[in-house]
Design a binder for this molecule. Sequence first.
Ligand code: ATP
Length: 348
Amino acid sequence: MSVAVTIESVEKRFQNFPALRGVSLDIQPGELVALLGPSGSGKTTLLRVIAGLEQAERGRVLFGDIDTRDLSLRDRRIGFVFQHYALFKTMTVGENVAFGLKSRPRGERPEPAEIRRRVAELLELIQLPGLEKRYPSQLSGGQRQRVALARALAIEPRVLLLDEPFGALDAKVRKELRAWLRQLHQRTGHTTVFVTHDQEEALELADRVAILSDGRLEQVGSPDDVYDHPATPFVCEFLGDANHLPVKVVGSQAFFLDRPVLGGLTQNQGGPASLYVRPQHLRIVDDAPLALPGVVEHLRRNGPLRRAEVAVEGLPKRLDVDLASQVAPAIGERVRLRITHGSLFAAA
Ligand code: ATP
């Protein structure tokens, strides 16, 4: 049932504003892709183009090898879930989930008993069995979004499109629903496009993450790929904290103020470059051939980790260093930092 979705050079303008500037993306059948980007980057517009709710001026979207322009909205068989509960308030949970099935044209509409069976099955699937008779107002926010998902799944969609489905929920419920959606996806295997501006959500949930900025696709890759090997400084900074050092590349080494700080470089052009290093890729070491000397100026907590802020001569901004299980240094202590991984970009 799941299809491949091919997005080819899609361009979309609103009045004169280019919301999508030539986006191409291949989504495999059964894949869960997160569209990630800041507000206004074009995520929702791309989702609506896939759904057929917006027409692209250029480019096209294929489901399998069918151009979606040749499909009516109904024949696209899209399951859509929005951020704000789109459940019908005056209908029970059962009626909401059954809605898509009951709206099918006469010949395709299942018998009432079959619809009841499907609804019960879907409520099992979303782990809310027996709630058919409740009204949306009698459910929690998280439960409502699960019902919205069941309603989208009821029509056996070819493609499932989720627009910030957990965006209105509190952090704890969001986290629970993420894990739940991941498991559900493993069981049902729908081709799924999930819009979010939450980096953590995208990295945790998706098979691949597609990062949008200003209507352009900056990078597409597995969560590890985009996080550890960002293609652009924008991707690097958008996906998480990163320290920035201006360096000079000579041969296979990067130098900060004539001090070699990173070696083993390949395929880099020599000359000035920007080195981005995540706080967890800086380690306090006793001794190392490539190390940056600095002074610990501040210690703080960053979620579950402790973080040291280390001043390095010649750098205007302190470096953030995650301490993981290392013994915390003292404020004022002189330390040496080893860069275990970094991303280099040619200086602008
Ligand atoms: P958010 O995370 O805030 O929802 P987004 O990445 O989903 O943002 P879009 O909603 O796709 O962004 O909007 C992309 C750009 O297109 C924005 O600058 C927005 O103002 C503009 N835009 C979207 N819809 C319309 C419209 N119907 N008319 C005019 N401009 C629009």
